[in-house]
Design a protein around this ligand. Sequence first.
Ligand SMILES: [Zn+2]
Length: 210
Amino acid sequence: MSITYEQLLQGNRDFVQKELDVDPEYFTKLAQGQSPEVLWIGCSDSRVPANQLTNTRPGEVFVHRNIANVCVHSDMNMLSVLDYAVNVLKVKHVIVAGHYGCGGVAAAMGNNQHGLIDNWLRHIKDVYRLHAHQLDLISDPRERANKLVELNVIEGVFNLCKTTIIQNAWKERTDLMVHGWVVDISTGLIEDLKVSCNSSENLGKVFALS
Ligand SMILES: [Zn+2]
């Protein structure tokens, strides 16, 4: 699956031509603005592209990706994307999308040092620590990693719900939901973890902001 630098630029020209063949005004219309209803927060892994996996088109999904789809309230990059998506674009769905076979999650489960990234993966080690009682009971390392992938998504959903951005938006509107998904790369299919939230109710007292 090797791709050359020149092939990327040729690929772009092919893509543009294909779209123009269908609709000569396609890019003129696209340039007029965006009003996506979905924010996708996913892993940077090259196998989990938001648009292809959801069969959506340019303009339909606002995207933020980082290694292992970590959602923490101290990440200015993620918060800026979230704020813009929720308060300016007024998206209706915020989706945290993890994936089985995530290298970041696997690395976080181990004890080897990987350099700078260990500081980022620490957030996933914290998820492990929170759920160690459940995870330590799973003897198969792959199954345990899969469970940690799911728990990392669920914690990400709750972390988003705890932000002032989401909580303030919920005071103003009821059409904003936060969801947790996992992509199974081996089938291409998405599993809905059914942790969708649309209110501050289940956050736990200490996190609710008045
Ligand atoms: Zn990943």
